[in-house]
Design a binder for this molecule. Structure first.
Ligand SMILES: Nc1ncnc2c1ncn2[C@@H]1O[C@H](COP(=O)(O)OP(=O)(O)O)[C@@H](O)[C@H]1O
Ligand SMILES: Cc1ncc(COP(=O)(O)OP(=O)(O)O)c(N)n1
Length: 283
């Protein structure tokens, strides 16, 4: 029997912690065949990002064409897209997929958008034009959007509690989805990830589904500085569970449990001079 297929559209991390390294390893660990469209090549290690080479637009388009015309994609996960043009190209593909979708041939793919703007190291992975392109084109089409606290603040342009940010972003995206010729029904769910693990001993992610009050999803925090790639691992675990047909809330809980398990594995590693990688191994 075939495994479900998920597609990551993301950048590379030469240190093997974040980006497509995290996404493909997580898909494989969770029983999903992973395909990948590379949007940018980064020179990156545990201490930061030293160079970014955006992949030419035509090459991104060619990769999307090759994969989407051939494989039965059950979930798409986007990570670092890097340029406004790449955000728009992905959004156009999602619209095309929805327009040509036939209930007889395949299920609608779930679309998980991690709106990557800034790495934990402080490196800017998407500028103001990328932020605007996310809001105008891609986020309203998503099944679920997974900003961390900083990304949620950047997208909305102001601060707030994680609960408030999740609620406001979901409401804003529902308004934008209604105005878009997207085929998106009712707008995107939003999960604002993170919280303050060290203060409470737990992490709380806030899930806001369209038209519903946000709910807290709390799991144990792992005290470690080996957390590089955590957000990518979470988003790809979420996409993998959605590809298996797991409902959103349960998929979010299982994705957080996966991250917690992998952080526990890497908790005491001493790889690199900076924030070490979250484990992508299963031993
Ligand atoms: N120290 C930790 N222990 C357990 N879970 C964590 C820890 N840090 C983050 N998480 C979880 O990892 C997922 C990704 O969150 P986050 O760290 O906010 O992403 P990012 O790497 O994009 O900043 C969330 O489910 C969050 O609760
Ligand atoms: C190529 C690339 N993509 C995404 C990120 C951001 O990774 P994330 O898991 O959200 O968190 P960090 O720990 O890396 O901040 C990245 N760094 N590189």
């Amino acid at each position: 029997m075939n495994p479900p297929v998920a597609l990551t559209i993301a950048g590379t991390d030469s240190g093997g912690a974040a980006g497509t390294a995290a996404d493909l390893a997580t898909f494989a660990a969770l029983g999903v065949h992973g395909a990948c469209v590379i949007t940018a090549v980064t020179a990156q290690d545990t201490t930061g990002v030293s160079d970014i080479h955006p992949v030419p637009h035509a090459t991104i388009e060619a990769q999307l064409e090759a994969v989407l015309d051939d494989l039965p994609i059950a979930a798409i996960k986007t990570g670092m897209l890097g340029t406004a043009a790449a955000v728009e190209a992905v959004a156009q593909r999602v619209v095309k997929l929805r327009v040509t979708y036939s209930p007889l041939s395949a299920s609608q793919p779930a679309v998980v958008v991690d709106p990557v703007l800034v790495a934990t190291s402080g490196a800017v992975l998407g500028g103001e034009d990328v932020r605007s392109a996310y809001l105008d084109h891609l986020l309203p089409l998503a099944t679920v959007v997974t900003p961390n606290l900083d990304e949620a603040r950047a997208l909305l342009g102001h601060d707030g509690t994680p609960r408030e940010l999740a609620d406001e972003l979901a409401t804003a995206l529902a308004g934008r989805a209604a105005g878009a010729a997207s085929g998106a029904a009712g707008g995107a769910a939003v999960i604002v990830t993170g919280g303050d693990p060290e203060a409470t001993g737990t992490c709380t992610d806030w899930l806001a589904e369209p038209g519903q009050p946000p709910i807290p999803l709390t799991h144990p925090a792992v005290p470690t500085s080996n957390d590089h790639g955590t957000g990518c691992t979470y988003g790809s675990a979420l996409a993998a569970h959605l590809a298996h047909g797991v409902p959103l809330r349960e998929a979010a809980e299982q994705a957080a449990a996966y991250v917690t398990r992998q952080l526990t594995r890497s908790q005491h590693w001493t790889l690199g001079r900076g924030r070490g990688p979250i484990a992508h191994l299963n031993t």
